[in-house]
Design a protein around this ligand. Structure first.
Ligand code: ACO
Length: 450
């Protein structure tokens, strides 16, 4: 890779023509003495962007931003994050208010349609989601092709991708009605798919959705009921799960959402795009972190071992990281983590598990890390995954299902973002370029000459 320092300089200014004024950033290429104006586009809140769409055509340069740390990949009206101040808004509403006063069905409507529903709209939406929660019976046979010890996320990728082979009447992505049917189907069927993934793993019969039950309650019922006896879903646990679903419902252009958008940008069908999102979410640096948090807290085992793990997390020669700490965007407390911490206490109180050792270890870890210079300097705070695992653990949800539940919650965000992308008149197939640093052209040598 060649670096030529101080070749390009930038200044900001304003261009005017007889029609309009346009703020711009001027790029001066000292290499060839030319300057280029790059338009600035203003967002409603948050950072503005420099429009580099014509940069390559006009200058021959690409921008270089692996990991997209300074790149807005799309124009969106769905979710806003201010990582410096720990703010998360869905369609303008603070996550704290939604977690306190709303519920997952209302939040789903909000994300999908842009506004909070009226009472009648909400009732209609809940009805429609409820009445799409059953799976085509063929799908029950589809599960049998998997090994029983498969990771739930592996099964979820396969089953959700396979929905495109079952629901042919909602595959025309240019028809807004069909797009909405596919969206409802995904939101409605995801609890059934996730719960059946668990049932398959433990060798129990699939439990069918019940239309009189609310979304989170229905999921817990399909997870834990058996045909042998009635099963009562605790209202505290159903409410806690509902809140977890709200907190995970969308999060701007994270890795899995960007994956859904990129897959969808080629015109791929929605079920396949969501399967791609599930694959991306699975990784331990993303949705897999909640699973890793519980493994870490279990390995720490006791409060007195916390300093040793904090020392290891700071040691650059040790690959160990504090799971559930740090975030690409939040450089302040993740607002979802605070709500999660409160929910963890509520759930453990309700279950009479206040002395849960994992919680004690988590609180001690949080206390020590938040006072430690290493974490303070790098602005590493607990993220949403830090407490969700403790709550799931208390609910008897097995560790391998944590990320599957995250996928269930995030589906409405993914499909809202996918819809927004398809409706965007400026939408193009996603096709990043690269900085090539490999061999230049060279002569091919035949096998007998090498
Ligand atoms: N433990 C110890 N050190 C950390 C941690 C951590 N959890 N996270 C970041 N750091 C350090 C890095 O070593 C680096 O230090 P340096 O500047 O001395 O080299 C600095 O903090 C910045 O870290 P990056 O990895 O550059 O930050 P990035 O934005 O790329 O990564 C990420 C963010 C992946 C979330 C990271 O913080 C991490 O791996 N956390 C643990 C996994 C986790 O909890 N993921 C869940 C994210 S939330 C979600 O997906 C729902």
């Amino acid at each position: 890779m060649h670096e030529k320092a101080d070749t390009v300089a930038v200044t900001t200014g304003e261009t005017s023509d007889c029609e309009s004024k346009q703020d711009h950033l001027t790029l001066i290429d000292h290499h060839n003495g030319q300057s280029y104006d790059l338009p600035i586009i203003y967002g409603s809140v948050g950072p503005n962007v420099i429009d580099v769409r014509r940069l390559y055509t006009d200058t021959g340069y690409f921008t270089f931003d692996p990991g997209f740390t300074a790149t807005a990949s799309c124009n969106s009206k769905i979710t806003f994050i201010d990582g410096e101040n720990g703010i998360l808004l869905y369609r303008g509403y603070p996550i704290q208010d939604l977690a306190e006063y709303s519920d997952f069905m209302e939040v789903s409507y909000l994300l999908l349609k842009g506004e909070l529903p009226t009472a009648a709209e909400k009732a209609r939406f809940e009805h429609d989601i409820t009445y799409h929660s059953m799976l085509n019976e063929q799908i029950a046979y589809f599960y049998r092709g998997f090994r029983r010890d498969a990771h739930p996320m592996a099964v979820m990728c396969g089953v959700v991708g396979a929905l495109s082979a079952f629901y042919h009447d909602s595959l025309d992505i240019n028809d807004s009605h069909q797009r909405m049917i596919a969206s409802y189907r995904l939101v409605a069927k995801m609890p059934t798919i996730a719960a059946w993934t668990y049932k398959y793993a433990v060798g129990q019969p699939f439990i069918y959705p019940r239309n009189e039950m609310y979304y989170a309650q229905n999921f817990l019922h399909m997870m834990f009921a058996t045909p042998c006896e009635p099963y009562h879903v605790s209202s505290v646990l159903a409410r806690a799960l509902d809140r977890i679903l709200m907190l995970h419902a969308d999060h701007e252009q994270n890795a899995s959402t960007s994956t859904v958008r990129l897959a969808g940008s080629s015109g791929a069908n929605p079920f396949a795009c969501i399967a791609a999102g599930i694959a991306s979410l699975w990784g331990p640096a993303h949705g897999g972190a909640n699973e890793a948090v519980v493994s870490m807290l279990t390995a720490i085992g006791d409060k007195c071992n916390v300093p040793e793990y904090v020392r290891r997390a700071k040691d650059k020669s040790d690959p160990f990281r504090l799971m559930g700490f740090g975030h690409r965007v939040y450089k302040n407390y993740d607002p979802r983590a605070k709500i999660m911490q409160r929910t963890a206490h509520e759930v453990l109180d309700a279950l009479d598990k206040k002395d849960e050792p994992l919680l004690a270890v988590a609180l001690e870890l949080e206390r020590i890390a938040l006072e430690d210079e290493y974490f303070v300097k790098r602005r590493l705070y607990p993220n949403v995954d830090f407490y969700s695992g403790i709550i799931f653990n208390a609910m008897r949800i097995p560790t391998t299902m944590f990320t599957a539940i995250f996928a269930l919650a995030r589906t409405v965000g993914w499909i809202s973002q996918w819809n927004e992308m398809i409706e965007d008149p400026g939408q193009k197939i996603g096709r990043p370029r690269q900085l090539y640093s490999g061999q230049g052209p060279r002569s091919f040598k035949r096998l007998n000459q090498r």
